[in-house]
Design a protein around this ligand. Sequence first.
Ligand SMILES: Cc1cc2nc3c(=O)[nH]c(=O)nc-3n(C[C@H](O)[C@H](O)[C@H](O)COP(=O)(O)OP(=O)(O)OC[C@H]3O[C@@H](n4cnc5c(N)ncnc54)[C@H](O)[C@@H]3O)c2cc1C
Length: 373
Amino acid sequence: MDLTYTEAEQAYRGELRAWLARTLPTLPPVPDPADWPARRAYDTGWQRRLHEAGYADVHWNADPTRRLIFLEETELAGAPYVGANFVGLLHAGPTIAAEGTAGQRERWLPPVLRGDEVWCQGFSEPGAGSDLASLRTRAVRDGDAYVVTGSKIWTSHAEVADWCELLVRTDPDAPRHRGISWLAMPMDVSGVTVRPLRTLAGTTEFAEVFLDEVRVPVANRVGAENDGWRVTMVTLSFERGTAFAGEVVACRRTLRELARTARETGAWDDPVLRRRLGRLAAEFGVLWRLVQWNVSAGAPGVGGSVLKLRYSHARQELYDTAAELLGPSGALDADRPWTADRLSSLSYTIAAGTSQIQRNIVAERILGLPKGA
Ligand SMILES: Cc1cc2nc3c(=O)[nH]c(=O)nc-3n(C[C@H](O)[C@H](O)[C@H](O)COP(=O)(O)OP(=O)(O)OC[C@H]3O[C@@H](n4cnc5c(N)ncnc54)[C@H](O)[C@@H]3O)c2cc1C
């Protein structure tokens, strides 16, 4: 991995920095985190501006260095990140780009880049989370459509999504990993019911999705029928390997703010706290190198599990440290940014696959340890 910047890359950084300085003051106020329709409008509005300025496809860019520069500069400037566009931009879109037909890429990718369409992820079910291959939502072929019946849970952004990357069982008699298909399902069709769930932080970030004889065109299947598990591995490698890249950078900024606050309040005099901040700085330094490595690799494969595992725990430790700095008043006021971030950080070791599952993957597929030992 070459970490030096060419003149063209440095020029790109300079232009981006200047564009951000001009554009950020013109953004509307950040919406209430509990108001998902307003957040959708804000996040897609930001994506539209990126599109007009030629930066929209940066997460899909063949040039990983530009993507890394984009992450660094947008975070440094305090620009919005992907928000409600998380699934479309960071894992459904890249999956369609890698596995879709030319027609599917043409249909689904430009609206994501323009900020016109938002995606959600319908993988987990009440009986299929860590053990995803036990999913039961059925899709029965009827002419040129699948008729889908079942339910999904923990579907982030379902309340405001136009499309869902949906896993369904198309062959109930096949071995369980071999009877699954990956579909793009429109969210506004008959038979789809979304029931929002409230999180610890009080927002309806995710939802239950009930599917009652929903007709999804066969043409919306990405990959071959019953080959959805392989396509799912592509999706998960993006989700775990590169989707959190921007958040790693954001955590580094929070860490700098924590150090500044510690100096201002005198907490810096505590050697235990200083050592914690130092260890976190080292940890996030390593995580940024892992991000560089995964982004440079394109589709990061099981290496994504290493990043996801380390990052989710480091994030929790970061916000635990922030809570200590804020003291009891911070714990009581969920509107303070670090407090809300601390509450949401608790979910990071579960979402996108629990730590136990990531450790299993690292043990079996990277270290080559025996299964079930
Ligand atoms: C904030 C948030 C957002 C989410 N967003 C989405 C989304 O948009 N779309 C979506 O499809 N899903 C989403 N999820 C769901 C998430 O992927 C699942 O919660 C996760 O995969 C765990 O599944 P589960 O909740 O069914 O727990 P379970 O699978 O029941 O696991 C319970 C516990 O048992 C452990 N365990 C289970 N099996 C093993 C094993 N073989 N070895 C060791 N330990 C094991 C688990 O690690 C865990 O600690 C989200 C979750 C959260 C918290």
